[in-house]
Design a protein around this ligand. Structure first.
Ligand code: PEP
Ligand code: MG
Length: 322
């Protein structure tokens, strides 16, 4: 209950045996950052910038974007703010971009693919992000990555923009991080390679489930397959987190699964270092994390990893639920 949860307000997020975890919030616009702060979030793990584009009837200018990112960074007062670059397409349409209708929009011209094709537009967003980085701790996150080239291309753009800003004497955070969302089976397969070149990972379980299970996340006919409890998805998550640990980068999770209390022991056991959830789930997630020691979580994970079906996984998780 609420009173119980309030005991976790102002507390650090850690497991019962004091392993420190970062607990962030997901937002769609700068104003939402207040909600994350009010709910005691320790940073922003996902700022979905589509909304900035959707509430306009044209591509928001560099200044408009800069103000929005700056406002968020200032509001979070030096705490981490992970801003995802435009994730257009799939289920997210922005009418004025004039995107062509596709037979398979989820497999099509979207997110980083679209942005790398429209570099002039993308550079406006990246420049606004990099400029805003002097006002707090902004990190850049790339959606729907499937190959190392995409990461390299974005990093090259970031370096170009930094050089421009240097010439113009405009300040920015020289160490601004560039990370990737791991939300496709391709990215999961090459997580070891991506981890060598990315500054951090954030697992997007909403899309990772959709693409791993080959299930349109909006199609009710196949919704029975759309579950993060599928062994295929669970194995993928485990591998991604291990790949990050091997290269000493942080693996976070910003998909809905991060807020699922049934999954908390599993994610602790796998070594997830950052959970990013909706503002309303922050305190509850902190309370859940505090219930488990690593050894106890490992026991649950051992059993889950032996399961053959999503039903078996669910049953184990339910049995151990705290
Ligand atoms: C995800 O895919 O898990 C995610 C966090 O991004 P979105 O839901 O915006 O696609
Ligand atoms: Mg996604």
């Amino acid at each position: 209950n609420k009173e119980e949860l309030n005991k976790y307000r102002g507390k650090a997020t850690k497991t019962a045996d004091s392993i420190e975890i970062e607990l962030f919030g997901n937002i769609g616009k700068p104003e939402d950052a207040k909600n994350v702060k009010d709910n005691d979030g320790e940073g922003i793990g996902l700022f979905r910038t589509e909304f900035l584009f959707m509430e306009n009837n044209q591509i928001p200018s560099e200044e408009e974007q800069f103000e929005a990112y700056k406002k968020t960074a200032v509001m979070m007062d030096g705490k981490e703010v992970i801003i995802r670059t435009l994730d257009v397409g799939g289920d997210k349409n922005i009418p004025y971009l004039g995107m062509e209708k596709e037979d398979n929009p989820f497999l099509g011209f979207r997110a980083v693919r679209y942005c790398l094709d429209r570099k002039e537009m993308y550079k406006i967003q990246l420049r606004a992000l990099i400029r805003a980085s002097v006002f707090g701790k902004i990190k850049i996150m790339i959606p729907l990555v499937t190959c190392v080239n995409e990461l390299r291309e974005v990093k090259a753009l970031v370096e170009d923009i930094k050089a421009d800003l240097d010439r113009e004497n405009i300040p920015y955070d020289k160490n601004i991080s560039v990370g990737v969302m791991i939300e496709t089976p391709a990215a999961s397969e090459i997580a070891d390679l991506l981890a060598k070149e990315a500054d951090f990972f954030s697992i997007g379980t909403n899309d990772l489930t959709q693409y791993t299970m080959a299930v349109d996340r909006g199609n009710s006919k196949v919704a029975y397959l759309y579950s993060v409890y599928n062994p295929a998805v669970i194995r993928s998550i485990k591998r991604i987190i291990s790949a990050a640990a091997n290269e000493n980068i942080i693996a976070g999770m910003c998909g809905e699964a991060a807020a699922d209390p049934l999954l908390t022991p599993l994610l602790i056991s796998f070594g997830l270092k950052e959970f990013s959830v909706n503002a309303s789930s922050i305190l509850r997630t902190r309370a859940q994390i505090a219930k488990w020691t690593k050894a106890e979580a490992d026991k649950v994970a051992d059993e889950v990893m032996k399961c053959a079906t999503q039903e078996e996984v669910y049953e184990i998780l339910k049995r151990y639920q705290r």
